[in-house]
Design a protein around this ligand. Structure first.
Ligand code: PMP
Length: 293
């Protein structure tokens, strides 16, 4: 495995970051998770755009232009010869002192890891999964905007622990108003009378790249889509429910907090969107030239 670390490709054993890096000390940084499908990096430019927006929101200067980071990402995928997998881009504040002042960190650290991905078993796409609602609420935007994909994931991790304890692969997170925000690492959708809805971003959701692709696919297929407030009542009375994310793609949800959703099996609309997404993922993105590395 070859890892991009501050402009150089190094082996896994040599890919080391200082313990004085504020990414390690304080979770001060931003990241992206991206998929490679058949030599195609899915929506790379959108991921890079979101990364730079997250960085800007925390006044973190990425020491590369967007074009340079795209090139470095493509080259790292090619150097690893990986046609299907997962890319992790991490930009941390860099090396500083033990105080939190980011001005002490003179240069951000840039890391690109290309690895395999642990997928949900195919059976779950056929049977659907149960979710539980976490007691931990999503951090409100006036504390730390959930639209920033930062290295601070403790809020999500605490909710994920609740999911695991309840025997569920994911948990729903409500915002501090008690409305649905998203899951711990996925966005959430419902279908009611063939209208496809997902919480608005101001409810405390990340602007998921998969979420955006699914909204586009739904509209292209003639569905009405809605982004607005969503309550637990909306979930419990939905015809269908599914989650979306880079790793998950589109996973049907068949139970929430022990209640059966819809008919208790993956719905037709969910299935149709998953099929459409699986077609899109091979086409929509940046092609890697493996011969050049
Ligand atoms: N919400 C959160 C909190 C996430 O971490 C992720 C995964 N990055 C998502 C939603 C889904 O976003 P995407 O489709 O871009 O992977």
């Amino acid at each position: 495995m070859q890892i991009y670390l501050n402009g150089q490709l190094v082996s896994r054993d040599d890919a080391k970051i200082s313990v004085f890096d504020h990414g390690f000390l304080y979770g001060d940084g931003v990241f992206e998770g991206i998929r490679v499908y058949g030599g195609n990096i899915f929506r790379l430019e959108e991921h890079i755009e979101r990364l730079y927006e997250s960085a800007r929101a925390i006044t973190l200067e990425i020491p590369l232009t967007q074009a340079e980071l795209i090139q470095a990402t493509v080259e790292t995928v090619a150097a690893n010869g990986r046609r299907d997998g997962y890319i992790r881009l991490v930009i941390s504040r860099g090396v500083g002192d033990l105080g939190i002042d980011p001005r002490k960190c003179k240069r951000a650290s840039v890391v690109i890891i290309v690895d395999s991905i642990a997928l949900y078993p195919e059976e779950l796409y056929k049977k659907g999964i149960p979710l539980v609602t976490a007691s931990h609420r999503r951090i409100p935007a006036d504390c730390l905007d959930p639209r920033i994909k930062s290295l601070n994931y403790l809020n999500n991790i605490l909710a994920k622990i609740e999911a695991t304890n309840a025997g569920c692969p994911e948990a729903i997170m409500l915002n501090t108003q008690g409305r649905v925000a998203e899951c711990t690492a996925d966005n959430l959708f419902i279908v009611k009378r063939r209208v496809i809805s997902t919480p608005h971003l101001v409810e405390g959701a990340l602007a998921g790249i998969t979420r955006g692709a699914v909204l586009e696919l739904a509209r292209a297929a003639g569905f009405v889509t809605q982004e607005g407030p969503m309550t637990q009542h909306d979930l419990f009375t939905a015809d269908e429910c599914f989650l979306t994310g880079t790793g998950a793609e589109i996973v049907p949800v068949v139970a929430i907090d022990g209640r059966v959703i819809g008919a208790g099996q993956p719905g037709d609309v969910t299935r149709q969107l998953l099929d459409a997404f699986r077609e899109l993922r091979l086409k929509d993105g940046t092609r890697v030239d493996y011969a050049s590395s």
